[in-house]
Design a protein around this ligand. Sequence first.
Ligand code: C2E
Ligand code: CA
Length: 506
Amino acid sequence: MERLTYCGILLIAFVLFGLGITFVDNYVAKQLVQRDAELLSNKLAMYIDDSANELRNLPDITEDYQCTADNFQLLSDTVFNSTFIRWTAVLKDLTVLCASQKVDRHVESVVQHQIASDLTMAVVNHSESAPHELFLARQSGEYQYVASIVPMNPRYFVPVKCQNCLEYTITIDSVNDLLAPMPFIEFGFEEFEGNHAIEHVVTLRSERYLARFALTGNNDFLDQYRSLTYIMVVILSLILSSLVALYYRYWLSRYSSTRAQIKHAIKHGEFIPYYQPIVNVADGKVVGAEVLMRWLKGNGELIPPNQFIPYAESQGLIVDMTYSMLDVMVADFEKLAQQKTPLFFSINIVPEHLKSDRLFDYIKALQDSGKLKQYRISLEITERQPITDLVEARKMLDKFYAIGIDLKLDDAGMGYGGFSYVQKLGISTLKIDKAFIDTIGVKDIFNEKTLDAIISFSKKSGLSVIAEGVETDEQLNYLKEQNVELAQGYLFSKPIAAAAFFQINR
Ligand code: C2E
Ligand code: CA
């Protein structure tokens, strides 16, 4: 079963990592393609602007234009000086009057688009398989200066290593509907094969035209932007999913071993009680004790509760641990309790203990058996853990109250219940948390006020008070002044083992 879960986790993690890595890699690749599309569209704008400037620099054409040597030279110079113009000519009524060089053209169709008051852009479709030719024309009276612009090849600007993997179209359209009669022109370059794996469109908006630059690539094109090959994705996913699966195994072994250890410890009575005296503030006499759990391991090591109680509580193990500890406590009474003082022993319970009759039956049986001797048991429940069903809890508590077992509210003022717990649960005593006792004599106006408020609330409500964590005489004196009856803390004693506790209480 465990092996099956392990394989399942490995498989799921592998698939998730595979998908995740591919997704991230694709995302990064797409960002790069977008960046390149923007770069290319800027180049297109540069081609057009630069060539338009060259044409505008040429002198206006007069009525009697002749293809003189000077005029021919002017056109040749324009081609020579410009980066993007490869041919210039002067046209009248679509007839070439003068050209920078003689080029034969078999023009099939021309689509023109006015891009400024004096400028026209045209795409010339040739009959043969040669790419479309982009023309820019400047009107000068009845004549036109015309420039053929070099085809914009993306390979000049961005690295394109694949063949027939890239397609791009440039669409020139009107900026608004008023100019709509002007024809829409579209031209593109490069042969293309395969699926359109990626496309990105950049729009350039000038005063009179909209140029849309669409860059489309197939998988080969996208691949060159991806940093990982499929093999690498598989290897990476395998490594990462193995790490996850190994971590799961490690966690499982730790988890199950702690759980197994605790179960073993319950069986072998390793959870033992330590007792911390609770004294009467007025005369310093011990009136009871809080029963605090310790884990005495087989090798003699003594483990404090903060190292295992939170885990035990979260795993629902604390209930059985409490019974195991109480068994040891009763054995302590049996062996060591000689004196006749009627002490109370306050045990820490969790909400879970109130959900069944088991604790009640256990304590009732102890009382009936006489094993408790002259002692009384008292319950402590912390305010830090919420009680989900207060009505159900109260029903159970009433059974305890009926046999003389009271309930103290631990960590009062620190948790969920607030003082509504006091009424709803029928609490007899508030245990004031050490955090409030620590404020005595310290300039902490807020918490000091809270301490006084808890004390005065208790008095008004007829509740007893136990001050927890009393460490100094100053704190003790303050509590005396406030008529707090009971206290517990290192000032009197730390929690101690049974032998020591019953020794001092002979
Ligand atoms: P808690 O119920 O608030 O118990 C009081 C803790 O304060 C004890 O720590 C005690 O040793 C400590 N303490 C008492 N006086 C002083 C003092 O003057 N100064 C200082 N610094 N500390 C003082 P401990 O024994 O380590 O227990 C810690 C917590 O573990 C307990 O806090 C309680 O929440 C939990 N715990 C202990 N035994 C049990 C148990 O049997 N069942 C459950 N559910 N929880 C337990
Ligand atoms: Ca307590």
